[in-house]
Write a protein that binds this ligand. Structure first.
Ligand code: ZN
Length: 330
């Protein structure tokens, strides 16, 4: 190692002297003149890229919905236990943060978007997916296929603008057949009340006038090379998860089988009211978590904290999320 030269040392001393002059000058300024750095008051783009074999995946953040919950939110656990789980994860009691992240899969030949965000039609703190798609350098018309996991508004609303125009103008739309059958059936609509009734009307708003263009698939089917649908019923009658396979690597896209991991991965047996068939949803959730942890599969889940991707490990009677570490693409 060469010895520190006189010039290097002199350079350092000069810099240090200049810095102390700046500090001294700042100390003589009035407070208002010193506060010259404006706050950004905005978040940076919510885009995270990672690879799975030959696929390039892009997590697209839509936002977060702070949903108030009441005492009966989990049918088989008391409010105290639920709030203990929330505060144990450093979250506020009585509010469920529902983070929303859609997944764009570039298979090398097709751009496939799995679920479409809330389109800003649910809460002010979500609806940023298209801005993040733009930040990722992709236009809505670049998307070839939109795949839907189920018909809840936070998954389908992004298909259309508030005015009813299609957002992904070129894309083929693929939906689970049993989900279509349930939500598009007017006899079911007339039998329901309150929240669920709203979901029926919303599904009709999104799909009715484009029904002829929507491709319905049977869960279990391979939708595109390397994208396989998995029946994951319970949350809704046709709720669907997905497995991605490329060049010997696999990943589980769990959709809404596990939402907030601090509640429902740690307590897989809890039955929240937004699972339409609570007991079936528990079976599905356990099956999914068991497969993910036993096979050490990478998972993504629509409502996990951004970038909504990581691994699941067994912990006690439940599971813990080990999030991916932000890394540059190899
Ligand atoms: Zn959802």
């Amino acid at each position: 190692m060469p010895p520190a030269t006189t010039s290097t040392r002199r350079h350092f001393i000069t810099q240090a002297a200049a810095a102390s002059l700046v500090t001294a000058a700042a100390a003589t300024l009035p407070a208002a003149a010193r506060a010259a750095a404006p706050f950004a008051r905005a978040q940076g783009p919510g885009v995270y890229r990672y690879n799975l074999g030959g696929f390039e995946l892009t997590a697209l953040y839509d936002g977060i919905w702070y949903s108030p919950i009441d005492d009966g939110f989990v049918r088989n656990a008391g409010a105290r236990a639920v709030n203990r789980a929330l505060t144990g994860a450093f979250l506020k009691p009585n509010i469920l943060p529902i983070s929303i992240t859609a997944l764009l899969v570039n298979t090398g030949s097709k751009l496939v978007l799995i679920d479409t965000g809330s389109a800003g039609q649910i809460t002010d703190t979500a609806g940023f997916m298209n801005a993040n798609l733009a930040a990722a350098g992709i236009k809505p018309e670049d998307v070839d296929v939109v795949v839907i996991s189920h018909f809840h508004p936070d998954h389908i609303n992004g298909i259309k603008t508030k005015d009813g125009d299609k957002v992904f103008t070129r894309a083929e739309i693929m939906v689970p057949e049993p989900e279509w059958k349930f939500w598009m059936d007017e006899a079911n609509l007339s039998r329901t009340t309150s929240t669920v009734h709203k979901y029926f009307l919303n599904a009709a708003r999104i799909f009715k006038d484009i029904a002829g263009e929507v491709h319905r698939f049977r869960p279990g089917a391979e939708l595109l090379p390397g994208i396989v649908s998995i029946p994951a019923y319970g949350h809704t009658p046709g709720h669907t998860a997905f497995a991605l396979h490329s060049d010997g690597r696999s990943m589980l896209v769990m959709s809404d089988t596990v939402r907030n991991p601090y509640l429902f991965a740690r307590h897989p047996d809890w039955q929240p009211t937004f699972d339409m068939d609570g007991a079936l949803a528990v079976k599905t959730r356990r099956r999914m978590l068991d497969r993910a942890s036993a096979d050490r599969m990478l998972v993504s889940a629509y409502h996990f904290p951004f970038p909504a991707c990581g691994h699941m490990v067994r912990a006690g009677r439940g599971y813990e999320l080990v999030p991916v570490m932000w890394s540059p693409l190899p």
